[in-house]
Design a protein. Structure first.
Length: 129
């Protein structure tokens, strides 16, 4: 499980150098520790289970994994009277698929439900006419 979780982080470290990599390493350790604590309390699913669930529908190479707490409004949850929506733990995955598309997924860490999917073709040039 840890090996796949570190895959995205290792790629990030190889691509980015210097002080930023050190800060990313510290953030990664904190995220991993927090994910393990929440998993032990039964509040989130293990990353391996999430990866297994996603692999059938979105096969490919996992480039990056993030574990974040997001506000419900940011995830499109309906909230009453503009009150603060409850936060939600999510796994955010970036997957390079066979069709050369990078697919980004946001997944509810508690249920495994896919909350959001975005795709990008790396050959598409942004901002050019």
């Amino acid at each position: 499980m840890l090996r796949k979780f570190l895959l995205g982080f290792s790629l990030l470290v190889m691509l980015v150098g210097g002080g930023f990599a050190l800060n990313a390493a510290q953030a990664h350790d904190h995220d991993r520790t927090r994910a393990e604590q929440l998993q032990a309390m039964g509040k989130v699913l293990p990353l391996q289970k999430i990866l297994d669930m996603v692999a059938a529908e979105y096969p490919g190479q996992v480039l990056k994994v993030e574990f974040e707490e997001e506000d419900g409004k940011d995830l499109g949850l309906a909230c009453q009277n503009d009150e603060a929506c409850p936060s939600q733990w999510i796994y955010e995955l970036k997957i390079l698929q066979d069709n050369s598309r990078v697919t980004k997924l946001k997944i509810d860490a508690h249920t495994g439900k896919i909350l959001w999917v975005g795709q990008r073709n790396p050959h598409h040039k942004r901002g050019r006419s």
